[in-house]
Structures are given as C-alpha cells and as structure tokens.
Design a protein around this ligand. Structure first.
Ligand code: SF4
Length: 296
C-alpha cells in the first residue's frame, strides 16, 4: 500500500459488518431464506419483496404526514393487517408482565417501571404490597418513608413522590378507588398517558389509547407505522392505523416482541416472522430493501 494511505476501518458501531455479514451468507442458507421469504410474501402479503420503496423516498411515512411514496405504502391496510396477523400468531395471549392483583397495585407497578425493567419491579413489589397492603396504607406515608422500599427500581425519589401523591389523591378525591377513565387518571401525580393506558387497558379492559413505552416507540418506527419520536404523536399515529379493538393487545404484543427479538441494539431479524415486511434501516439481516429513515 502506498505510504500515507490509511486502510479503511470498520464502523465503530459494527453496523456495516452486520449488513455485510448478512449479504454474504453462505449461498445455500441465503437461497433457503429467500425461498422462505417469498413463501411468506405469497401467503397473503402484497407487501414484502415485491414492493420495495422507491429510492429517495422522503421522510413522510407517519400517518400524520404527507402521502407515502408511490408504489409502497407502509400504512396500507393490507400491510397493517399482515403485521397484526403475524403478531397474533407470534404472541397470541400476551398481557402485561407486571405482577399485580388490584388496579392500585398495577398503577404502582407501572409508575415504578419507568426507566426500569418489569423483572426488576416484580422483585420489589411483593414485599412492598405485603408491607403496605392498601392504597390507604400508602397514603399515610411520606415519600421519604417509601424511598428505601423502591430504591432499587431507580429514580426512587420521584417515584416515591408519585406513588404517595397518587395514593393521597385517590383516597381524598376518588373514595380510595383507582379511577377508570383517562381524564381522572391523568390528574394523579406521576401518571401520564402511558401509565393511564396500561391501567385502563390491562385492568379495566378499556381501549382509550395505545401504550407507547420504549419498545413500542422503537418498533413502530422500525415498522414505519410512524415517523415521529414524541410518544404522544406516536400514539396518535398508531391510533389512526391500528383498529381500536386491537389497541390493547397490539401494545402488549409489540412490548413482548421488543423484549424477545426486536431488541434495541441488535434486533434478531434472521429469527423474526415480520422480516420480509420490515424495511428497518438498522436491521441486522434482510431479504428486502432497507429504508434509511425507518430506524429506532
Ligand atoms: S425484522 Fe428486525 S427490525 Fe424488523 S421487526 Fe423484526 S427484529 Fe425488528
């Protein structure tokens, strides 16, 4: 190599390597995967490989944005139906993974789950609810008294304030019962739409909105169901494209998908049943064109 010429280095993210690795799969394996993908597409999807996005497509895939590019519409009803059908097959009866036996316990667990994992929260709550078995018991505390009990879930000072504040308001304004409508739930300290949607959907079986947590946020963008990054706008987009009767289950399914396969850093695309209708720009393996703008 001539002097002064620096050899090309792989990207620090390793993403190029992953994409390249995907492209140089052994011939037999690649052929097998292509065959399977084609089979999947012909099983009813009009999407998949036959409808790649035209080059230079603008970032207009969100339901609230301009019309999608000609020839490929990520929001086409048949594509949405195909996604929902595959999710039903993958995750038929999933529900909230937070352990709870009352609406109040679910509310507390959801508040504690912010910036934490459900597993972590489930480690803390059995002892917490044994120690303080009712909403009145929580309402009698000061936030400082609760802090040691929820410390391991992170952000424990804010969470203690929210839980104790919510308990006091429920006791004083709602006769000790967790409200079952969005408007009143949103008056509780520490409760925004995500938490309210979890309680309404999982406990009260009311589809008032779509739960948008970190998994739903990431995967909705990868699947080009939205181009937004603000959770409230993502929820509005999802409410437009997902049929209302699917709102509750869809959130749970996407959350499970995010835990099992469509993980943040290295999604397991080669194992994913949505692969041939997913064009995410950060896929680790692909049989279809990837769209730069469809990223987590
Ligand atoms: S193919 Fe990959 S990026 Fe797309 S949904 Fe599946 S795991 Fe996620």
């Amino acid at each position: 190599m001539p002097r002064g010429v620096v050899p090309r280095q792989p990207a620090r993210s390793g993403r190029q390597d992953k994409v390249r690795a995907a492209r140089v799969l052994p011939r037999t394996e690649a052929a097998e995967r292509r065959k399977n993908a084609a089979r999947g597409a012909s099983r009813g999807s009009a999407i998949g490989r036959s409808e790649p996005a035209p080059k230079g497509r603008k970032k207009t895939v969100g339901a609230s944005k301009a019309a999608p590019a000609k020839g490929y519409n990520p929001l086409a009803p048949e594509r949405i139906a195909e996604i929902l059908q595959r999710l039903d097959q993958l995750y038929p009866n999933v529900t909230c993974a937070l352990t709870h036996s009352t609406a109040w316990e679910l509310l507390v667990s959801t508040i504690l789950s912010a910036q934490s994992t459900d597993v972590n929260v489930n480690r803390v709550t059995p002892e917490l609810f044994r120690k303080y078995p009712t909403v009145e018991a929580f309402a009698a505390l000061t936030p400082e008294q609760l802090e040691p009990d929820v410390r391991s879930t992170g952000f424990f000072r804010n969470k203690s304030k929210s839980v104790v504040g919510a308990a006091k308001k429920i006791v004083s304004d709602f006769a000790g019962r967790v409200p079952d409508d969005m408007e009143r739930l949103l008056t509780l300290p520490g409760v925004a739409r995500k938490t309210a949607n979890v309680v309404l959907g999982t406990w009260f079986k009311k589809a008032e909105g779509v739960v948008v947590d970190t998994h739903v946020q990431r995967i909705s963008r990868r699947l080009e169901l939205t181009a937004e990054s603000d959770p409230q706008k993502i929820e509005q987009d999802l409410m437009r494209v997902i049929p209302r009767e699917k709102w509750i289950l869809f959130s749970h399914q996407i959350i499970w998908h995010g835990r099992k396969l469509c993980i943040a850093r290295k999604p397991k695309c080669a194992e994913c049943a949505l692969e041939n209708i997913c064009h995410a720009g950060d896929k680790t393996w692909s049989t279809v064109e990837m769209h730069k703008e469809a990223k987590a």
